[in-house]
Design a protein around this ligand. Sequence first.
Ligand code: NFE
Length: 493
Amino acid sequence: MKTIIKIDPMTRIEGHLDIEAVIDNKKVVEAKSKGTLYRGFEQILTGRNPIDAVQITQRFCGVCPTPHAIASSQALDNAFGVMPPDNGRIIRNIMQGSNYIQSHILHFYHLASLDYYRGPDIPPFVPRYEADYRVPETVREKLVEHYIEAYQIRLKAHELCAIWSGKMPHMASITPGGVTIIPRIDNITTSLWRLKELTDFIDNVYIPDVITVGQIYRDYFQIGKGCGNYLSFGLFDLDSEPEVTKRKRFFQMARMSKEKVYPVDVNQIAEDVKYSWYDSSSHKHPRQGDTTPNPDKPGAYSWLKAPRYNGESYEVGPLARLKIAYETRSNPKINQLIDETLNKLQVGSDELCSVMGRHIARALECKVVADEITGMIMQVKLEEPVCVPHQIPDSGEGMGLWDAARGALGHWIEIQNQKIARYQAIVPTTWNASPKDDKGQAGPIEEALIGTVIDDTNNPFELARIVRSFDPCLACAVHLAEIGKSEKTFRVI
Ligand code: NFE
């Protein structure tokens, strides 16, 4: 007999993701990933001064305002024909790196780790669902301690960003053509001591904790594989090449399909809407896309559109970035770090494509990013320019491509009469949590759920662990709540 399981909300914070799974003989045979909030930022932006996009798009989300500020600034740089000077480029990288650190630590300790151990019987650890908690008492006590410590540490990462961005969340000092902060020696010194504390936590607490959980839940290296395609727009600009797809980046812009790495042709990106609550035309490149909501559309089940690359679904995020770096050997230190960790865990590199692999990739990336921005802070040159002047053209187009903590992020702007005529954003969670496309092909999270064995349909924690390993953020992806009516609704915290 088939059972339908519905978990809503799935995400602990970060908007409302509703997951529906059809179980037949203990196995997931169909899955639906549903974004239940409508965003509508595209309509808010239309008709405004283009410069407002840098501030308004940051309000997509309080967790990742930084990449939206950077991607919209890049789209404006592109439309205005300006490029930030070295200081502007480096300071944007530092802001983004600090946002990665706080976001990755947030994800493991505050959004995902409670799936693996039983917290104390007080809020925020209760209410909780009963899972196969296997962590021994001594480890459990440490994880609870680190859960609390992680709040303080994330504060340091937010401060690190605010040193350069003026405030957090929602940064003040970013503008088309660069940044507006004039760097002083104390920006550098106060950043370095915060980074030292962050690096100590990542090396001595975060990575060891993720490895310990990985060793205890080794079977989760076999669960939640996903679609097997990986996409990254890249991270940290290393030069000032105006053409974004040719720009040298620390994590390169690339995609991986069937274990082979290929360049990205942005023209191959299109968004399908057959199963989305939109009357917009389907299979449009975001440059031509529109956002016309229709909450009564028959057959639709999500406010997310379904982005596809050349008709295929792609996973984005830390696993995608690390797999591409590992395969291309672009940075020997990353390969060494991954190999050492896999050795400790006694798992193969192919097992990274899994629930536990995503947690490991995120933790290792956190270290790589912290090390990288420590070096970048030393490259900031006092007394040198941080931005170039810009002028709003009468008309134009621009594109910003960047990797947010959760993966590939694209912003597209069209300007007419010096106003925003069209704005489209495809955020990481739109890729990962997308519904089926026009061909009926599942999105990456849906794909990762299909085939999973559910031990107890009254307590389907396997589904929660798989979905959360992607770190979905629905606030970013969509923004009307739909009251779910179905066979089983679980309150999952
Ligand atoms: Ni709201 Fe975001 C990130 C972006 S996810 S967290 O990282 O862009 O879709």
